[in-house]
Design a protein around this ligand. Sequence first.
Ligand code: PEP
Length: 262
Amino acid sequence: MAVSRTPFIAGNWKMNLDHLQAIAFVQKLAWALADAKHDFADAEVAVFPPFTDLRSVQTLVAADSLPIAYGAQDVSAHDSGAYTGEVSGAFLAHLDCAYVIIGHSERRQYHGESDADVNAKVLAAHRHGLVPVVCVGETAEDLEAHGPSAVPVAQLRAALAGVDGAKGLVVAYEPVWAIGSGQAATPEQAEQVCAALRVLIGELLGEEVAASTRILYGGSVKAANIASFLREPNVDGALVGGASLDIDEFSSIVRFKKHVGA
Ligand code: PEP
Protein backbone atom coordinates (compact mmCIF):
# COMPACT_ATOMS: atom_id res chain seq x y z
CA MET A 1 0.00 0.00 0.00
CA ALA A 2 1.28 3.47 -0.85
CA VAL A 3 2.55 5.33 2.20
CA SER A 4 0.49 8.42 1.43
CA ARG A 5 -2.84 6.67 2.17
CA THR A 6 -3.64 6.29 5.86
CA PRO A 7 -5.41 2.95 6.32
CA PHE A 8 -9.07 3.35 7.16
CA ILE A 9 -11.02 0.92 9.34
CA ALA A 10 -14.75 1.65 9.26
CA GLY A 11 -17.43 -0.07 11.33
CA ASN A 12 -20.88 -0.30 9.75
CA TRP A 13 -23.23 -1.00 12.66
CA LYS A 14 -26.24 -1.42 10.38
CA MET A 15 -29.48 -1.43 12.44
CA ASN A 16 -27.78 -2.31 15.73
CA LEU A 17 -27.16 -0.37 18.98
CA ASP A 18 -29.54 2.37 20.12
CA HIS A 19 -28.25 5.78 21.21
CA LEU A 20 -27.55 4.69 24.80
CA GLN A 21 -25.70 1.59 23.65
CA ALA A 22 -23.83 3.75 21.12
CA ILE A 23 -22.49 6.05 23.84
CA ALA A 24 -21.25 3.11 25.91
CA PHE A 25 -19.75 1.41 22.84
CA VAL A 26 -17.84 4.42 21.52
CA GLN A 27 -16.53 5.26 24.99
CA LYS A 28 -15.29 1.69 25.51
CA LEU A 29 -13.79 1.53 22.02
CA ALA A 30 -11.86 4.73 22.70
CA TRP A 31 -10.61 3.31 26.02
CA ALA A 32 -9.60 0.02 24.39
CA LEU A 33 -7.60 1.83 21.70
CA ALA A 34 -6.02 4.18 24.25
CA ASP A 35 -5.06 1.24 26.50
CA ALA A 36 -3.47 -0.46 23.50
CA LYS A 37 -1.66 2.80 22.65
CA HIS A 38 -3.13 2.74 19.15
CA ASP A 39 -1.38 5.19 16.85
CA PHE A 40 -4.07 6.79 14.70
CA ALA A 41 -1.43 7.43 12.03
CA ASP A 42 -1.43 3.62 11.56
CA ALA A 43 -5.18 3.50 10.97
CA GLU A 44 -8.00 6.02 11.00
CA VAL A 45 -11.09 4.70 12.77
CA ALA A 46 -14.70 5.52 11.95
CA VAL A 47 -18.05 4.20 13.10
CA PHE A 48 -21.33 4.35 11.20
CA PRO A 49 -24.22 4.16 13.69
CA PRO A 50 -27.94 4.42 12.92
CA PHE A 51 -29.25 7.97 12.35
CA THR A 52 -30.84 8.12 15.80
CA ASP A 53 -27.44 7.64 17.49
CA LEU A 54 -25.54 10.35 15.68
CA ARG A 55 -26.36 13.26 18.00
CA SER A 56 -25.27 11.21 21.03
CA VAL A 57 -22.05 10.10 19.32
CA GLN A 58 -21.34 13.70 18.30
CA THR A 59 -21.78 14.93 21.87
CA LEU A 60 -19.50 12.24 23.30
CA VAL A 61 -16.77 12.61 20.67
CA ALA A 62 -16.76 16.41 21.05
CA ALA A 63 -16.89 16.42 24.86
CA ASP A 64 -14.05 13.92 25.27
CA SER A 65 -12.12 14.94 22.11
CA LEU A 66 -12.13 11.31 20.98
CA PRO A 67 -10.03 10.57 17.88
CA ILE A 68 -12.86 8.56 16.30
CA ALA A 69 -14.63 9.71 13.16
CA TYR A 70 -18.25 8.88 12.45
CA GLY A 71 -20.79 9.05 9.70
CA ALA A 72 -24.22 7.94 8.59
CA GLN A 73 -25.24 4.80 6.73
CA ASP A 74 -27.21 6.65 4.05
CA VAL A 75 -28.17 10.14 2.92
CA SER A 76 -31.00 11.63 0.89
CA ALA A 77 -30.30 12.72 -2.67
CA HIS A 78 -32.37 15.81 -1.82
CA ASP A 79 -31.35 18.73 0.36
CA SER A 80 -34.74 19.42 1.99
CA GLY A 81 -38.48 19.19 1.36
CA ALA A 82 -41.33 16.69 1.16
CA TYR A 83 -39.31 13.47 1.36
CA THR A 84 -40.82 11.62 4.30
CA GLY A 85 -38.35 9.48 6.17
CA GLU A 86 -35.27 10.81 4.45
CA VAL A 87 -32.30 12.57 6.07
CA SER A 88 -30.53 15.49 4.42
CA GLY A 89 -26.78 15.74 4.05
CA ALA A 90 -27.14 19.22 5.58
CA PHE A 91 -28.41 17.64 8.82
CA LEU A 92 -25.52 15.15 8.85
CA ALA A 93 -23.02 17.94 8.30
CA HIS A 94 -24.53 19.82 11.27
CA LEU A 95 -23.88 16.71 13.36
CA ASP A 96 -20.20 16.90 12.31
CA CYS A 97 -20.38 13.67 10.35
CA ALA A 98 -17.24 13.34 8.25
CA TYR A 99 -18.43 10.46 6.10
CA VAL A 100 -21.53 8.81 4.75
CA ILE A 101 -21.91 5.28 3.39
CA ILE A 102 -23.66 5.29 0.01
CA GLY A 103 -24.88 2.38 -2.10
CA HIS A 104 -24.41 -0.40 0.44
CA SER A 105 -25.62 -3.66 -1.10
CA GLU A 106 -28.40 -3.85 1.51
CA ARG A 107 -29.70 -0.46 0.28
CA ARG A 108 -29.44 -1.64 -3.31
CA GLN A 109 -31.10 -4.99 -2.55
CA TYR A 110 -33.84 -4.08 -0.02
CA HIS A 111 -34.54 -0.48 -1.06
CA GLY A 112 -34.11 -0.80 -4.81
CA GLU A 113 -31.34 1.79 -5.00
CA SER A 114 -30.13 2.08 -8.57
CA ASP A 115 -26.76 3.24 -9.81
CA ALA A 116 -28.43 6.58 -10.65
CA ASP A 117 -29.70 6.90 -7.05
CA VAL A 118 -26.22 6.18 -5.76
CA ASN A 119 -24.76 8.85 -8.05
CA ALA A 120 -27.34 11.42 -6.89
CA LYS A 121 -26.48 10.63 -3.26
CA VAL A 122 -22.75 10.99 -3.89
CA LEU A 123 -23.39 14.42 -5.40
CA ALA A 124 -25.61 15.32 -2.40
CA ALA A 125 -22.89 14.25 0.05
CA HIS A 126 -20.40 16.49 -1.71
CA ARG A 127 -22.79 19.45 -1.68
CA HIS A 128 -22.72 19.24 2.11
CA GLY A 129 -19.01 18.59 2.62
CA LEU A 130 -19.40 14.90 3.48
CA VAL A 131 -16.98 12.31 2.15
CA PRO A 132 -18.94 9.47 0.54
CA VAL A 133 -17.93 5.88 1.21
CA VAL A 134 -19.20 4.44 -2.05
CA CYS A 135 -19.97 0.73 -1.87
CA VAL A 136 -19.74 -1.48 -4.94
CA GLY A 137 -19.70 -5.23 -5.35
CA GLU A 138 -20.94 -8.17 -7.35
CA THR A 139 -23.38 -10.89 -6.36
CA ALA A 140 -22.46 -14.56 -6.70
CA GLU A 141 -24.52 -14.63 -9.92
CA ASP A 142 -22.66 -11.58 -11.27
CA LEU A 143 -19.37 -13.25 -10.46
CA GLU A 144 -20.42 -16.38 -12.34
CA ALA A 145 -21.73 -14.46 -15.34
CA HIS A 146 -19.29 -11.55 -15.66
CA GLY A 147 -16.17 -12.35 -13.64
CA PRO A 148 -14.94 -10.39 -10.63
CA SER A 149 -14.41 -6.78 -11.77
CA ALA A 150 -17.06 -5.97 -14.37
CA VAL A 151 -20.00 -5.20 -12.05
CA PRO A 152 -18.06 -3.27 -9.36
CA VAL A 153 -16.31 -1.22 -12.06
CA ALA A 154 -19.61 -0.44 -13.82
CA GLN A 155 -21.22 0.52 -10.49
CA LEU A 156 -18.36 2.85 -9.62
CA ARG A 157 -18.36 4.43 -13.08
CA ALA A 158 -22.05 5.26 -12.63
CA ALA A 159 -21.56 6.47 -9.04
CA LEU A 160 -18.86 8.93 -10.06
CA ALA A 161 -20.67 10.62 -12.96
CA GLY A 162 -20.20 14.38 -12.67
CA VAL A 163 -18.29 14.04 -9.39
CA ASP A 164 -15.51 16.44 -8.40
CA GLY A 165 -12.66 14.26 -7.16
CA ALA A 166 -11.25 17.11 -5.08
CA LYS A 167 -14.23 16.81 -2.71
CA GLY A 168 -13.05 13.54 -1.20
CA LEU A 169 -13.91 9.92 -1.82
CA VAL A 170 -13.59 6.52 -0.19
CA VAL A 171 -14.57 3.39 -2.11
CA ALA A 172 -15.54 0.09 -0.50
CA TYR A 173 -15.36 -3.07 -2.58
CA GLU A 174 -17.80 -5.46 -0.95
CA PRO A 175 -18.60 -8.65 -2.83
CA VAL A 176 -22.23 -9.33 -1.89
CA TRP A 177 -21.53 -13.05 -1.49
CA ALA A 178 -18.93 -12.26 1.18
CA ILE A 179 -21.08 -9.94 3.33
CA GLY A 180 -22.18 -11.59 6.55
CA SER A 181 -21.45 -15.02 5.09
CA GLY A 182 -18.24 -15.82 6.95
CA GLN A 183 -16.73 -16.49 3.52
CA ALA A 184 -14.40 -13.58 2.82
CA ALA A 185 -12.86 -13.02 -0.58
CA THR A 186 -9.23 -14.01 -0.82
CA PRO A 187 -6.73 -11.14 -0.53
CA GLU A 188 -5.81 -11.78 -4.18
CA GLN A 189 -9.46 -11.46 -5.27
CA ALA A 190 -9.82 -8.23 -3.30
CA GLU A 191 -6.60 -6.85 -4.75
CA GLN A 192 -7.64 -7.65 -8.31
CA VAL A 193 -10.91 -5.71 -8.03
CA CYS A 194 -9.48 -2.85 -5.93
CA ALA A 195 -6.71 -2.39 -8.51
CA ALA A 196 -9.30 -2.23 -11.31
CA LEU A 197 -11.31 0.33 -9.32
CA ARG A 198 -8.21 2.47 -8.85
CA VAL A 199 -7.53 2.41 -12.60
CA LEU A 200 -11.11 3.58 -13.18
CA ILE A 201 -10.77 6.41 -10.64
CA GLY A 202 -7.63 7.52 -12.48
CA GLU A 203 -9.50 7.49 -15.79
CA LEU A 204 -12.48 9.45 -14.41
CA LEU A 205 -10.97 11.76 -11.79
CA GLY A 206 -7.26 11.87 -12.59
CA GLU A 207 -4.16 10.10 -11.34
CA GLU A 208 -3.72 12.29 -8.28
CA VAL A 209 -7.18 11.44 -6.98
CA ALA A 210 -6.62 7.76 -7.81
CA ALA A 211 -3.37 7.72 -5.85
CA SER A 212 -4.91 9.36 -2.77
CA THR A 213 -8.31 7.60 -2.69
CA ARG A 214 -8.66 4.90 -0.07
CA ILE A 215 -10.20 1.71 -1.40
CA LEU A 216 -11.48 -0.63 1.29
CA TYR A 217 -12.36 -4.29 1.20
CA GLY A 218 -15.53 -5.42 3.00
CA GLY A 219 -17.07 -8.83 3.55
CA SER A 220 -16.52 -11.06 6.58
CA VAL A 221 -13.45 -9.15 7.76
CA LYS A 222 -12.18 -10.31 11.15
CA ALA A 223 -9.09 -9.77 13.31
CA ALA A 224 -7.80 -13.07 11.94
CA ASN A 225 -7.86 -12.05 8.27
CA ILE A 226 -7.46 -8.23 8.22
CA ALA A 227 -3.66 -8.33 7.98
CA SER A 228 -3.75 -10.44 4.83
CA PHE A 229 -5.94 -7.84 3.07
CA LEU A 230 -3.82 -4.88 4.21
CA ARG A 231 -0.72 -6.49 2.71
CA GLU A 232 -2.21 -5.94 -0.75
CA PRO A 233 -1.02 -2.75 -2.46
CA ASN A 234 -4.46 -1.50 -3.50
CA VAL A 235 -6.39 -2.37 -0.33
CA ASP A 236 -6.31 0.55 2.08
CA GLY A 237 -8.54 -0.64 4.88
CA ALA A 238 -11.81 -2.38 5.58
CA LEU A 239 -15.52 -1.76 5.91
CA VAL A 240 -16.49 -4.08 8.73
CA GLY A 241 -20.04 -5.18 9.52
CA GLY A 242 -20.64 -7.90 12.12
CA ALA A 243 -17.17 -7.73 13.68
CA SER A 244 -17.50 -3.97 14.24
CA LEU A 245 -20.06 -4.68 17.00
CA ASP A 246 -17.52 -6.50 19.18
CA ILE A 247 -15.13 -4.06 20.85
CA ASP A 248 -12.25 -6.53 21.29
CA GLU A 249 -12.57 -7.84 17.76
CA PHE A 250 -12.97 -4.40 16.19
CA SER A 251 -10.07 -2.85 18.11
CA SER A 252 -7.92 -5.80 17.10
CA ILE A 253 -8.87 -5.16 13.45
CA VAL A 254 -7.95 -1.48 13.92
CA ARG A 255 -4.56 -2.53 15.32
CA PHE A 256 -3.86 -4.75 12.30
CA LYS A 257 -0.27 -3.43 12.14
CA LYS A 258 0.48 -5.39 15.30
CA HIS A 259 -0.22 -8.63 13.48
CA VAL A 260 0.53 -7.63 9.91
CA GLY A 261 3.69 -9.72 9.87
CA ALA A 262 1.86 -12.77 11.23
C1 PEP B 1 -21.02 -4.93 5.48
O1 PEP B 1 -22.22 -5.13 5.62
O2 PEP B 1 -20.63 -3.84 5.02
C2 PEP B 1 -20.09 -5.99 5.85
C3 PEP B 1 -18.89 -5.96 5.35
O3 PEP B 1 -20.57 -6.96 6.71
P1 PEP B 1 -19.72 -8.18 7.36
O4 PEP B 1 -18.40 -7.62 7.82
O5 PEP B 1 -20.55 -8.64 8.49
O6 PEP B 1 -19.53 -9.19 6.29
